[in-house]
Design a protein around this ligand. Sequence first.
Ligand SMILES: [Zn+2]
Length: 418
Amino acid sequence: MFIKTCLLLLLCGIVSLSAHGYEGYKIYDINARNSFEKQLLLRLANNDDYDFFDMPRSLEAATRVMVQPKDQEAFEQTLQRFSVDYMVLDENMGNTLQQDQLENKSQRLMSQRGADRSISFTAFHRHAEINAYLDELAKAYASRVRVETVGKSYEGRDIKTITISNGDGKSGKNVIFLDAGIHAREWIAPAGALYVIYQLVENFIPNADLLKNYEWVILPVVNPDGYEYTHTDSRMWRKTRKPAGTCKGTDGNRNFDFHWGEVGASSSSCADTYKGQTAFSEPETQIVRDLLLGLTGRGKFYLTLHSYGNYLLYPWGWTSDLPSSWRALDEVAQAGAAAIKSSTGTKYTVGSSTNVLYAAAGGSDDYAFATAKFPISITMELPAGGTGFNPSTAQILPFVTETWTGIKAMAKVVLNKY
Ligand SMILES: [Zn+2]
């Protein structure tokens, strides 16, 4: 019956989105002008009902938060009572996301018309299309590409990696491991990973240097259940989808077993930064763990793509101390930032994640560095689009090409040094 109704209305997608459609949700930008106001924001951020897109950090940068209609009056009153400056960036996120969805749908259809590949960089693609693209590459470039199903998500989706080489048949090469999409709503991150795949495979000749003594292993969507859920139900979902306590989902990037849960992670299963019932409680983080550990020794560079904020971050995430090799990490990250700056003018901030952002234990970057012994481990936060997590389809190509410039520059430092 539902299917029939959907066919009649041709509105299935829109109807299902409006069930969690963010109707009347507002996005606020708040400027904390002193440490008292910053503390106030930090306290508000502890409330799971408020969705802080970024945490209050420095006094220079505004904090962005999404608030549902029922909480808006109290939220605004609190800010007004303490004379905190704020502005409403988006009066109705529901409208914005519905327009985004229509635009993405039409771009997806257009890009598929007569196309010889399942994906494009003019639309955000579904997980099945992304997997289909990997399989197409494995078929078309069999000597240089290997695609493996490395496990299944909680809801049973195939999680695939693509291993890209130059096809010279030599084994045991060093490895650059790249992943994306551990946070479901950060759609530009999987797009960025797909663009790296596209460059290394389909544009091989100008990039052959990057594959001379190295293989690249790329996992474009770590959290496909969450990713699909952001397409079908709730665009701003961040976590995995496995039930935990009274709510669903764990923050995959708080679920790794290195100082797990010690700082910057929530014990409340309803929180967006929920650390999980145990370390590696999620099948998706177990898969990344096993890939990383399987690469110990050969794995020289772990890069994980997120959005947003223009950051290149390195360990530690769990403490403000720096690892003894921080200069090597900094050199790689700085090379990425410099390449991006000189190509597009976009400015990235470089530093250890605790010092640049805030302490948050259980991240994949700390684990890759400390436990899987990747000497270089970096989290790249791509730029904001739209209100942050929702770049327009027209922004995809400029963002991913710029990101590729930075990734190439970082990879070149790594291949020259390790
Ligand atoms: Zn993220």
